[in-house]
Design a protein around this ligand. Structure first.
Ligand SMILES: Cc1cc2nc3c(=O)[nH]c(=O)nc-3n(C[C@H](O)[C@H](O)[C@H](O)COP(=O)(O)O)c2cc1C
Length: 470
């Protein structure tokens, strides 16, 4: 039976294993975010792994020497000294050192393993197609832990179904590496060969998870159903009110007086046409209510994918103080969500909660010294000498321009990588003592959170499920 409610994947670390487990144990689909999981695992281990959860998961990893090696490198009993920076990871490149791939596999294994503890329900993982380099090892790690659903948007994940088929048999998988301003003649690929990890050991049997692409248009759904390299099991149809990154409007570059991209009729998905494809689908974006569920079911959907309501539950990875600030602001009627067309270096619109103490506030971000030390959102390009290189519109402007980037691209861009890790209490501390500040994302639905809250200051994933099903 397909799930009725999907708790949407929320990066980085917002939909963590605690949240996903709480949803899955109720028979719905809890989805962990796989985004930046290697940094999340590394930083948690550097903090002494409070509660010992990740160490418990790593103990269950089927190739013990790989888990031991990562623990030796990064686990710090007792955690960091006050004000001590987290260790930096080398940034992802097309070909990485084996231990970098191992860390990605392990981190995604651990998150799914923990989300599955104590129940037999389904657990999903969410990845962004655009963050290309870690995707194959992330998926393999999640499959080693028995993930049953893979949900991917932010791009066209046409080659992922075939890669899942191969990796379920521990065979090498390859996807095309998308290059920025490529000539069209580029044929670089990303390859992951699971057997390199196993050595002489005998691999465990794996099940190929169901694959649900997240799309914002009929044409993309139809294309994926016809042209993917393997089986598609359904679709998440996501509208522009959803939290996180949004698909850009199809109508062109119109912006409103707040600088937000304007969506129009062309962005409305024809659900009758989606139904014709013949696969189950779920609606996402502004449908997180009992009425939203009814509307979705009436349109032929199997159910809904909900993000915003779950993002501020007791279980989510967002720092408790930040959740508290959001709830207070909702109470005071003053909460606002801006669809920022500039902040994300990906160029996709990104929804930001206007909140004191975060880089959403005018002037706050400008005092930060630009640095790119996580690099998940870097684009790949080819240098004049033929070699591959990587650049991000949020990195230091001079570096970006030296790499052939257009200076206009850097205007208004923010370092989402560092801000998103700060949201979950894993923000970097700089040598001068400065701390990376958060930037919360949320769907437009946040404005309606008050109705659901009633007089509560906090609420749980159970409360959200009870509300949605009421
Ligand atoms: C805090 C937050 C982070 C999100 N991050 C991601 C993400 O990393 N990947 C993704 O596919 N969707 C992401 N989303 C979208 C959700 O998975 C979901 O589709 C969406 O929130 C549904 O709309 P709603 O917020 O109106 O319920 C995020 C949403 C929120 C609120």
């Amino acid at each position: 039976m397909p799930p009725v409610i999907i708790q949407g994947g929320m990066g980085a670390g917002v939909s963590n294993w605690v949240l996903a487990r709480a949803v899955s144990r109720r028979g719905h689909l809890g989805v962990v975010s796989g985004t930046a999981m290697d940094a999340i695992l590394l930083r948690t281990l550097a903090d002494g792994d409070p509660g010992g959860h990740y160490r418990r998961a790593l103990e269950a990893f089927p190739i013990p020497k790989i888990a031991e090696d990562i623990l030796d490198r990064f686990f710090k009993a007792g955690g960091r000294a006050d004000g001590e920076p987290y260790p930096n990871l080398p940034l992802h490149r097309r070909v990485m050192k084996p231990w970098q791939d191992h860390l990605i596999v392990l981190a995604n294994f651990a998150e799914v393993f923990l989300a599955k503890e104590g129940h037999d329900g389904d657990v999903g993982i969410n990845l962004l197609t655009k963050i290309q380099i870690p995707n194959l090892p992330s998926l393999y790690g999640a499959m080693l832990a028995g993930v049953t659903y893979v949900l991917m948007g932010a791009g066209i994940p046409k080659e992922i179904p075939g890669a899942l088929d191969l990796m379920a048999l521990h065979e090498p998988a390859t996807v095309r590496l998308e290059m920025q301003s490529g000539t069209g003649a580029d044929d670089e690929v990303l390859t992951f060969d699971p057997m390199k990890m196993w050595g002489d050991a005998i691999p465990i049997d794996l099940t190929r998870p169901a694959f649900l692409p997240i799309v914002a248009s009929n044409s993309l759904a139809t294309m994926l159903a016809r042209k993917s390299t393997g089986r598609i099991d359904g679709f998440i149809i996501e509208g522009p009110t959803a939290g996180g990154h949004n698909a850009p409007p199809r109508g062109g570059g119109e912006i409103n007086e707040r600088g937000e991209p304007v969506y129009g009729d062309r962005d409305v998905v024809d659900l009758a046409k989606i139904a014709e494809i013949g696969l189950p689908f779920w609606l996402a974006g502004g449908v997180g209510s009992p009425e939203g569920l009814q509307v979705a079911r009436a349109a032929g959907a199997a159910g809904i994918q909900v993000g915003t309501l779950f993002a501020f539950t007791e279980e989510s990875g967002v720092l408790t103080d930040l959740k508290h600030d959001v709830v207070s602001q909702v109470r005071n009627g003053g909460v606002d969500v801006l669809t920022d067309g500039r902040a994300s270096p990906t160029g996709f619109p990104f929804k930001a909660v206007e909140l004191a103490g975060t880089i959403s506030q005018p002037g706050v971000y400008e005092s930060r010294t630009r640095v790119c030390d996580l690099g998940y959102l870097r684009s790949v390009y080819r240098r004049e000498d033929g070699r591959l290189d990587y650049r991000c519109a949020s990195e230091p402007v001079g570096t970006f321009v030296k790499k052939g980037g257009d200076i206009a691209e850097t205007v208004g861009r923010k370092c989402l990588c560092n801000a998103l890790l700060a949201n979950i209490g894993l923000g970097q501390v700089r040598e001068d003592g400065a701390r990376e500040l958060p930037l919360l994302t949320s769907g437009d639905e946040l404005k309606n959170l008050g109705r659901f809250l009633g007089d509560r200051d906090t609420y749980s994933a159970d409360d959200v499920l009870d509300f949605l099903l009421s």
